[in-house]
Structure formats: structure tokens, C-alpha cells
Design a protein around this ligand. Structure first.
Ligand SMILES: [Zn+2]
Length: 284
């Protein structure tokens, strides 16, 4: 019998840049999230610096077929391309899809001289770029998943994604300004239709005090994320894209203050089953 369900692993939980202080618990890497169907190859969302450990781990598992979705092209979401090891393997195929209108030109500039010694088009792997419409849906039959996406408010635009196997749904909006309430219909539909997502990961970059001073920056407070999830009827919220200035102690204190808040930890895996998310304990 085919297995159902999928797991979600946070390889990078930080926004903007790596933290100013070491972080053993919540992590130092910028956004990279792996969605791993019970049967089928993994999918990555964003290739922040977390793509470096993700690439090494997946390659060690013998994965050669990489499906990558980019939420947008800000540097903290693509900087891991420099060290994403499958790009340098002749047996690997890496398909990078994004709704950002400058996908091809931007990546060809970023992965090119003088920023990178090997131009994108000369990388060893079979690299394919796919420009997605602003919103849409595709089936990945080999991964038993559908991927649906919509734009969310963020400077120069950003895309939120819903991964759905028909029973379990996970929605990820890494960079979103939830205070721009009249631009959230796409995200609301992703979260609620055709059934409420069992797991929602949202931008929790700011505190409620900080966000007041940073309107228009494209990010949210943990309180805005909590309120959005509650209004959408989602029980399981995980905050990500943590501020680089937030220490482990500060994040742990925030989590303790409100036990309904879960702050993503680097390397943490959540298993989706019966549309509920359970934490997978690491074996080490
Ligand atoms: Zn970001």
C-alpha cells in the first residue's frame, strides 16, 4: 500500500542574514525548507544558507532529482546556491521554479562572474529554470503532491506555497507583511481551501513593538502571525524567518511566554499525518 503523509524539515530558520551571536538551538542558517513525501523525492523551498547542509544531507542519501521553489529572490533566500552541492554533480538534475518575473536574469547575474567563478549555464548539474505564473497549481505525481501558490505582500513580491497530498496540507509564507490585510486573500485561500492546512509556517521576524517601527518592511510580528492563524482556523502554527538579532535565550523566552507559539528550530522535522503535525525526535 502506498504510504501517505509527508515531512517538513527546517534547514534554515533565519531571515535577513545569519545571527550576530551563535545559536545552537534555533539555528544560524537562512531559509531553506524541505518537504519530503512518504514516497518520492524531496522538494525544497528557498535556497538560503540552509541549502548548504540540506544539499550535503540529501546527496548523502543518494537524491539526484531536485525540485526547488523560490518564494522570491532576496539574497537571504538564494545565497545557498553558492554552496548547494547538487549543482556541482553531473548526475543531478535541479529544477528551480519561481513566480518572480526576473528569475532567469537575476540568477544568471548572481551565479556568474565576478560573484561566482562558474556561470549558472556552465554548472555541472542539469539545471532548469521555470517561470511560474503569479498564482497557480501544479501536480507533482512522482511526489504524490500538489503545489499551489499565491503572492503575498512583501517588497518586490513574495510567494506563499501550499503542499497538499489530499489528506495533509502545509502552507509556508516565509516573508509576508500580515498588517497589509487587504492583500492577503491569496494566502487566506491557500490556508483554507479546499480544507484548512494542518500546519502553517509564517514570518515571525518582529516583536509587536518592533513591527510598529518597520511598517512597509514586508515582515510580521509573532502576534500578527498568531492572530492570522487563529482567524484561519489553523491549530498548528510554526514561526520562522527569525530576526538575526534574536538570541536562543530570547526565542526560548518568547516560546515560554506563549505556549501556543512554536518557533522553528534548525534541523527540526515535523511529520504530517491525518493533517496534524508531529515533531520527529532526532536520533542522535
Ligand atoms: Zn527573507
Amino acid at each position: 500500500m502506498a504510504q501517505s503523509g509527508f515531512s517538513v524539515c527546517f534547514w534554515g530558520t533565519r531571515g535577513s542574514m545569519t545571527p550576530m551571536t551563535p545559536s545552537a538551538e534555533f539555528g544560524i542558517h537562512t531559509t531553506c525548507v524541505e518537504i519530503r513525501p512518504a514516497s518520492g523525492a524531496p522538494i525544497l523551498v528557498d535556497v538560503g544558507s540552509g541549502a548548504f547542509p540540506a544539499g550535503l544531507s540529501l546527496q548523502a542519501q543518494g537524491i539526484t532529482d531536485y525540485e526547488v521553489f523560490l518564494s522570491h529572490l532576496h539574497a537571504d533566500h538564494i545565497v545557498g546556491l553558492f554552496r548547494f552541492s547538487p549543482l556541482y554533480r553531473a548526475d543531478c538534475r535541479v529544477r528551480i521554479a519561481s513566480a518572480h518575473p526576473q528569475l532567469g536574469g537575476a540568477l544568471e547575474t548572481f551565479l556568474n562572474l565576478p560573484f561566482h567563478p562558474v556561470p549558472l549555464r556552465e554548472l555541472t548539474a542539469d539545471v532548469e529554470l521555470e517561470h511560474l505564473p503569479a498564482q497557480g497549481e501544479i501536480e507533482l505525481p512522482d511526489r504524490s503532491l500538489s503545489v499551489r501558490w499565491a503572492g503575498v505582500p512583501h517588497p518586490q513580491g513574495c510567494t506563499a506555497f501550499r503542499f497538499d497530498d489530499g489528506t495533509n496540507a502545509f502552507v509556508l509564507a516565509t516573508d509576508v507583511e500580515l498588517a497589509v490585510t487587504d492583500a492577503l486573500d491569496g494566502l487566506r485561500r491557500l490556508v483554507g481551501e479546499p480544507y484548512p492546512a494542518g500546519l502553517l509556517a509564517l514570518d515571525g521576524f518582529f516583536t509587536p513593538e518592533e513591527v510598529q517601527r518597520h511598517r512597509g518592511w514586508g515582515h510580521s510580528s509573532w502576534a500578527e502571525a498568531r492572530d492570522f492563524a487563529a482567524a484561519a482556523g489553523v491549530d498548528s502554527l510554526v514561526l520562522t524567518h527569525h530576526h538575526p538579532g534574536r538570541t536562543d535565550g530570547e526565542l526560548a523566552a518568547l516560546e515560554k511566554m506563549d505556549p501556543t507559539l512554536n518557533w522553528a528550530r534548525e534541523g527540526q522535522t515535523l511529520e504530517m499525518s491525518n493533517n496534524e503535525a508531529g515533531v520527529v525526535e532526532n536520533e542522535e
